[in-house]
Design a protein around this ligand. Sequence first.
Ligand SMILES: Nc1nc2c(ncn2[C@@H]2O[C@H](COP(=O)(O)OP(=O)(O)O)[C@@H](O)[C@H]2O)c(=O)[nH]1
Ligand SMILES: [Mg+2]
Length: 256
Amino acid sequence: MFDTLSDRLTSALAGLRGKGRLSDADIDATAREIRIALLEADVALPVVRQFVAQIKERAKGSEVSGALNPAQQVIKIVNEELVGILGGATRRLELAKVPPTVIMLAGLQGSGKTTLAGKLALWLRSQGHTPLLVAADLQRPNAVTQLQIVGQQAGVQVYAPEPGNGVGDPVDVSRRGIAEARVRQYDIVVVDTAGRLGIDAEMMRQAVDIRDAVRPNEILFVIDAMIGQDAVSTSEAFRDGVGFSGVVLTKLDGDA
Ligand SMILES: Nc1nc2c(ncn2[C@@H]2O[C@H](COP(=O)(O)OP(=O)(O)O)[C@@H](O)[C@H]2O)c(=O)[nH]1
Ligand SMILES: [Mg+2]
């Protein structure tokens, strides 16, 4: 996807190179090309609209720089805005002043939460932490076993007091998981929660209840990069329903 998007953007901007002065018409034409490039890359319309509007506004605005000609300035603006969207928000995990740090994983079923729990555990361990994984997905068949296997592979402990498959209270397990970590001095707790196939009120309520019970330092919203356009509405629903402090895109190794 990025190869074509990158090609399209390059050609959209190519017309500007070498121009000493840009008219509003030049900027509009370039904005139109960028818009088409993004839409063809399956970027959601509201995102495209905002992005293009931002670029137009900045390009037509008073950002006059002595060092760059107008065409170079537009290219710089597009570049900055793209970095802002794609990579501007990477940052470190927020650690609690008093351990344990609590990380809650939320997202739709199949988005990759349990897999991420394992990756996080392995990485945290390599950084000298002693993480505890908490099995709070008591819904999805074999979710508890899956987390236990993932924990074993990463060489970290899994707190799984309930069998799952519909048995046990995820809010209670989450709360007890934090208490367990405190007593046994694990410094980071990763709470693996249940998702649903689509956004539904029951899932949101459960995620909110877990959030309120464990007061996480980080809520990582896990999203499958292959869902394309649905990513925007799903993220917005989670943002408004549960809130999150970070987003993890999974399956970037796929063919989306
Ligand atoms: N290719 C690929 N597959 C992944 C990735 N993360 C998760 N999966 C697969 O996606 C499926 C769902 O993942 P899982 O962690 O069980 O999702 P959960 O329901 O959110 O816990 C599993 O088959 C995983 O192996 C990833 O980054 N790349
Ligand atoms: Mg899972």
